[in-house]
Design a protein around this ligand. Structure first.
Ligand SMILES: Nc1ncnc2c1ncn2[C@@H]1O[C@H](COP(=O)(O)OP(=O)(O)OP(=O)(O)O)[C@@H](O)[C@H]1O
Ligand SMILES: [Mg+2]
Length: 460
């Protein structure tokens, strides 16, 4: 049963509201002064406060401030006899959830209460979800055998002892987000981990996603919304595809990093940032800085510690252990019992260029396990590769035996182009999103590749 605290010096209003709200199924507590109200708040921890602006001892705005100091997410509905805009604005800026006038209209009050409690519940749910520590990722769960990967593990260990900003670079599907989660789980496992993809949303929305906004700060801002920096508390904010952030937001992010404080969109309150910031990109951020597309001062702030994950084709020793690891995971998820891939397939995998890196490998294995009849995955379980193999191009057999003369070797770009061409012609009836999945690459990457190789694919 939601608890409501009513703070109003008018005894008759307290009594009427008490009667009415109790009947509506709420647990009600009333207080006649600001001090009494604040004490009752600390004692009962209500879900919602209905607060009169004019009180005999402390004025309502100060009470509101004190309440928010106790619980910054407190939901407060202010009531007053004043009708002027100034008071309304002041109340909303002070962090009130809603504002209604005396004499109180029951429908209006009902609506405000329901909205406030709903917002409260949503926040709790989000908090709950975020609080759920994603402990399933330990450093041990990142497969990596070579020197470079071992260095990465070391760096992860070192940064987990501090809260420095980390920049993770690597091609699509190399495990950037995985590393970000591992850093988080080793630093602040009980705090929220919040990922934001900077390329997925338009600038203005991204801004309010990150910083939150005050009610009414723009059309559609019907309620105050907390931004990711605030929601992450002392956890981690992971900013993915940071290279796609607009110049304007880059400037704002820089300020946040410098001051570790910010204001919500349309607000004046300074909000402290306690979260650690981890960013990732599959572009060469330094090159973008040199081209003037990314702020250099921001780059240096983000790049305090940098982790570069090598593409899978540069660490082929990891392919076999990855297959083993991924198959265990996939078997568990799909209730299957596949034990491995055939020698023939393994040979193919070891030569394949893996443009989509580990995600591509994972996707290939998932699809193969789903259709597999036997316990060992063979050629017939990987139709995507079979066609290319049979055609003798696009994938593994592009490298002739050493010493074979008179044959020019294909470049990686040529291999990639052929493979994408092939997938488009074979799977032309699918949507763009499905093709991205097959290729194991993100949509922006796919678009870039289409442009690069002058290919066309229109089906959304
Ligand atoms: N070293 C690794 N060991 C085990 N699994 C890995 C490893 N690297 C990546 N993966 C798995 O591969 C998949 C892709 O990784 P992730 O999403 O972290 O890549 P990404 O670099 O963020 O890709 P993108 O740039 O496309 O967003 C995930 O399912 C992840 O768990
Ligand atoms: Mg990612």
């Amino acid at each position: 049963m939601p608890k409501i605290l009513v703070i109003d010096d008018d005894r008759s209003i307290c009594e009427t509201l008490d009667l009415y709200l109790t009947e509506e199924g709420y647990e009600v507590k009333t207080a006649l002064t600001g001090t009494e109200g604040l004490n009752a708040f600390v004692e009962t921890v209500p879900d919602l406060v209905i607060l009169d602006i004019r009180l005999p001892d402390i004025d309502g705005f100060t009470v509101l401030e004190d309440l928010r100091e106790e619980d910054e997410n407190v939901k407060v509905i202010m009531i007053t006899a004043f009708h002027d805009m100034e008071t309304t604005i002041k109340a909303m800026k002070g962090g009130a959830f809603d504002y209604i006038h005396k004499p109180v209209n029951v429908d209006e009050l009902d609506m405000a209460i329901r909205k406030a409690l709903k917002a409260r519940e949503m926040e709790r749910k989000i908090d709950g979800l975020l609080m759920e520590p994603s402990r399933q990722f330990k450093v041990g769960d990142i497969i990596g055998t070579g020197r470079e990967m071992r260095e990465i593990f070391k760096t992860v260990g070192v940064v987990s002892q501090s809260r420095t900003t980390v920049l993770i670079q690597g091609e699509s599907g190399t495990g950037k987000e995985l590393i970000a989660k591992v850093i988080h789980n080793n630093t602040s496992p009980d705090e929220p981990y919040i990922a934001v993809n900077c390329s997925a949303i338009v600038e203005t929305l991204l801004e309010s996603e990150l910083f939150g906004h005050e009610k009414g700060s723009f059309t559609g801002a019907i309620a105050r919304k907390l931004g990711k920096f605030e929601l992450a508390r002392s956890g981690t904010v992971f900013l993915d595809e940071i290279s796609e952030m607009s110049v304007n937001l880059q400037a704002k992010l820089l300020r946040v990093l410098q001051e570790m404080e910010f204001e919500r969109v349309g607000g004046k309150d300074r909000v402290r940032v306690n979260a650690r910031i981890v960013t990732a990109t599959n572009k060469d951020l330094k090159a973008l800085v040199q081209e003037g597309k990314f702020r250099d001062d921001l780059f240096y702030r983000l790049n305090i510690v940098s982790i570069h994950i090598p593409p899978l084709r540069e660490r082929r020793d990891d392919i076999a252990p990855l297959i083993e690891y991924l198959l265990t995971k996939i078997n568990r998820d799909l209730h299957k019992r596949v034990i491995g891939v055939s020698d023939e397939m393994m040979a193919v995998f070891l030569k394949y260029p893996w443009p989509g890196n580990i995600r591509e490998l994972e996707n290939l294995l998932i699809r193969a396990v789903v259709v597999a009849k036997g316990q060992v995955l063979g050629r017939s379980d990987f139709p995507e590769l079979e066609e290319d193999l049979a055609a003798g191009k696009g994938t593994p057999d592009v490298v002739p035996a050493a010493g074979a003369s008179g044959q020019r070797l294909m470049t990686l770009d040529e291999v990639e182009e052929q493979y994408i061409r092939k997938i488009i012609s074979e799977y032309g009836d699918r949507t763009k999103g499905e093709l991205c999945e097959i290729l194991g690459i993100s949509r922006p990457t796919f678009e870039r590749k289409l442009e690069k190789y002058k290919l066309h694919f229109e089906r959304e």
